[in-house]
Design a protein around this ligand. Structure first.
Ligand code: FAD
Ligand code: UDP
Length: 363
């Protein structure tokens, strides 16, 4: 008999939540993590008494009451509502695309005026069935918004022309004909009071966890420890890149402590102009309505992932999706390995989707 029922590779949200469920079901679980800490990209570090989202801003949002109740049973969430602002050419615009944005750009005061403006621009573009991100964006919000608020940001973020990117990426953002700057349409949203580490530590309570262990540095002996493996790392790496490498986008974060209480008056400001090298600046204290005397900001720079940088975003274009399908085919034949999460399923999952998917797995 093996020492553990499950070896979970990766202590991100997927791995931590799976381990939590397995323990509840009476299973013995070992979680290994190659970073020096648990939490994956949700990890926060306390700097100046502010929970700094070390791997990018994370706002939990869901319309699924069970998911919301579950995460709140581990840690209570606050009522933070994400309302990013976009900066372009020295002017500020509200996001997501709504009546405030339309008014600032065009002076349109009614939903009908705004709709007419968009329709006029959509017609002029001649797009009938959008085939890529650019066409999808122009169909949804017209050419002006595409040029000012989408094209530059998107091409920086993905390192590809907007015409080479899938349409679904832009459909993540609401388009609203009301004066409502809430970035999400979901029923529930917020930030764990005291930071995301409370969520992850709550999930991993009482579970064997070993950090600083890369599964691939000792694959054979680690695999012998458990009956089954739950793998949340990159799927192409699991198969030693046998069909070739999948593309991922990486990020570089520049964190700064400023001796002022409030730098930008908002947690998230996007820089949509291509000439600004970063995509957004995060001011972390605003996620928890912080009143600390100083502030911490993070500039986010996007780059292509390579063997020395962390993979954050799967690039779900046609070429990569086709390659992923080949890996998925062999993954489906595995009897003793469960693949889950953003990297192992090569999908642009948000946190609530991770919980939804992992909650359905048979343990
Ligand atoms: P990860 O967090 O990537 O966890 C995988 C873990 O496995 C990592 O800790 C990694 O180090 C470890 N690992 C990998 N390979 C190995 C190995 N060989 N051996 C040992 N360990 C290994 N979602 C939202 O809902 N709202 C948001 O606002 C939001 N903002 C985001 C902003 C950014 C910048 C990013 C990158 C993501 C954001 N997300 C957001 C998505 C969210 O981060 C993911 O849904 C979630 O973290 C996925 O969890 P995961 O466990 O699949 O992946
Ligand atoms: N996007 C944009 N302008 C913005 C914000 C987002 O064009 O000001 C586009 C961009 O292509 C981005 C996508 O919308 O990748 C999804 O945005 P989201 O904020 O969901 O990105 P994430 O937080 O996942 O990085």
């Amino acid at each position: 008999m093996k020492q553990y029922d499950y070896l979970v590779v990766g202590a991100g949200l997927f791995g931590s939540y799976f381990a939590y469920r397995a323990k509840k079901n009476g299973k013995k679980v070992l979680v290994i993590e190659k970073r020096s800490h648990v939490g994956g990209n949700l990890f926060c570090e306390s700097i100046e008494d502010i929970n700094v989202h070390k791997y990018g801003a994370h706002i939990f949002h869901t319309s699924n009451k069970e998911v919301w109740n579950f995460v709140n049973s581990i840690v209570e969430f606050n009522r933070y509502t994400n309302s990013p602002v976009a900066s372009y050419g020295g002017a500020l615009y509200n996001l997501p695309f709504n009546m405030n944005t339309f008014y600032a750009l065009w002076g349109t005061k009614t939903p009908e005026e705004a709709r007419m403006k968009i329709e006029e621009q959509r017609k002029a573009s001649g797009i009938v069935t959008p085939k890529n991100l650019e066409e999808q964006a122009i169909s949804l919000v017209g050419k002006d918004i595409y040029e000012i608020l989408i094209k530059g940001y998107t091409e920086k973020q993905w390192g590809r022309d907007a015409t080479d990117l899938p349409a679904f990426i832009i459909k993540r953002l609401p388009v609203r004909f009301t004066f409502d700057n809430n970035y999400f349409n979901d029923k529930y949203q917020g930030i764990p009071i005291g930071g995301y580490n409370k969520l992850i530590n709550g999930l991993l309570e009482g579970i064997d966890v070993r950090c600083n262990i890369d599964y691939f540095s000792n694959r054979q002996s680690l695999s012998l420890l458990a009956d089954k493996i739950v793998y949340t790392g990159k799927i192409d790496e699991f198969y030693d890149y046998c069909y070739g490498k999948l593309d991922y986008r990486s990020l570089r974060f520049e964190h700064e402590i400023l001796n002022i209480p409030n730098f930008q008056g908002n947690a998230v400001v996007n820089y949509t102009d291509k000439t600004v090298p970063y995509t957004r600046i995060i001011e972390h204290k605003h996620f928890e309505f912080g009143q600390q005397p100083n502030t911490v900001i993070t500039k986010e720079f996007s780059l292509e992932a390579n063997s020395n940088t962390e993979p954050y975003y799967p690039v779900n274009d046609e070429k990569n999706n086709t390659l992923y399908k080949k890996y998925k085919q062999i993954a489906e034949m595995e009897q003793k390995v469960i693949f889950g999460g953003r990297l192992a399923e090569y999908k642009y999952y948000d946190m609530h989707q991770i919980i939804e998917i992992a909650s359905k797995l048979e343990i």
